[in-house]
Design a protein around this ligand. Structure first.
Ligand SMILES: [Zn+2]
Length: 231
C-alpha cells in the first residue's frame, strides 16, 4: 500500500508512514507481520566539529587577506589596490561567517551590522578614490536598505504573525524609495533631473505590496491562493 499523504510505498504492516507520520488504513488489507520496508531510524548524521570548520574558514579568510596585502606592499611599497580586496573580504566575513560563531545568531543584530560594514567599505572606496558620492548617494541608499531590512527582520522575528502585512509594507516602502534613489543618483552624478527607470520598480513593487496586503485583509482570497499553491 501507499501513503495517502505523500505517496511513499509502505509495507502492509506499517502503522504510520515513516516520512510524514500519516496513519495508513486499508480495510481490505489484513495487517500481517512482514519485513519493514525502511529502517527504524534514519541513518546517523556524521557530526563535524563546528568550531573546527569555523577556524579553518577564518584561517582561509586571513590568508586571502594577507597574501594580496603582502603582494601590494612588495610591488607598490604601500597599500594601493589591496585595500579593496581586504575591505571586500572583511565585509564578506562579517556577513557570512561571523554570525556562525554564535550558537543562536540574532539577525536583528547581525543584519544592521552587515549594512554598517557595507557602508564603511563604500566610505573607504569613496575616500581612496577621492569621490564625493558617499554622503549624497551611498549613505542614504545603504541607510534606507538597512532600516527597511532590519525592520522586516525584527518584525518577522518578534511578531509571529502578519507576514503578508510585513512583506507587503516592505515592498511598498522599497518601491517608494526607487524615485528617491534615482533622484539621488542624478543629483550626485550630474545626470539630467528626470525620473526615467524608477517608475518601473515603483509600480511593480507597489502592486506586489498592495496584492500582499489585499491577501492579508481578504480571507477568502488568501485561502483560495493557499489552496492553489498548496501552502
Ligand atoms: Zn507519508
Amino acid at each position: 500500500m501507499y501513503c495517502i499523504n505523500c505517496g511513499v510505498k509502505l509495507a502492509d504492516t506499517e502503522k504510520a508512514c515513516p516520512l510524514c507520520g500519516t496513519v495508513p488504513f486499508h480495510p481490505d488489507i489484513p495487517r500481517v507481520q512482514t519485513e519493514r520496508l525502511y529502517p527504524e531510524n534514519r541513518l546517523p548524521v556524521t557530526q563535524m566539529s563546528r568550531v573546527g570548520v569555523l577556524i579553518a574558514v577564518t584561517t582561509a579568510f586571513l590568508l586571502s587577506m594577507l597574501i594580496p596585502l603582502l603582494c601590494d606592499l612588495q610591488l607598490n611599497g604601500g597599500m594601493t589596490w589591496s585595500g579593496y580586496v581586504l575591505g571586500a573580504l572583511l565585509v564578506a566575513y562579517e556577513i557570512c561567517v561571523l554570525p556562525l560563531w554564535f550558537k543562536k545568531p540574532n539577525p536583528v543584530i547581525f543584519v544592521p551590522c552587515g549594512f554598517v560594514m557595507v557602508g564603511l567599505y563604500l566610505l573607504y572606496i569613496n575616500l581612496v578614490t577621492g569621490g564625493d558620492w558617499f554622503l549624497s548617494f551611498a549613505f542614504p541608499v545603504v541607510g534606507f536598505a538597512c532600516v527597511l531590512v532590519t525592520t522586516v527582520v525584527t518584525l518577522a522575528r518578534y511578531v509571529h504573525r502578519g507576514w503578508l502585512y510585513i512583506f507587503g509594507g516592505a515592498a511598498i516602502a522599497a518601491g517608494a524609495f526607487a524615485p528617491v534613489m534615482e533622484f539621488l543618483l542624478n543629483f550626485t552624478f550630474g545626470f539630467p533631473h528626470r525620473l526615467v527607470w524608477s517608475v518601473y520598480p515603483l509600480v511593480a513593487l507597489v502592486l506586489i505590496g498592495a496584492m500582499l496586503i489585499f491577501l492579508a485583509i481578504c480571507r477568502p482570497a488568501r485561502e483560495s491562493m493557499e489552496r492553489k499553491f498548496f501552502i
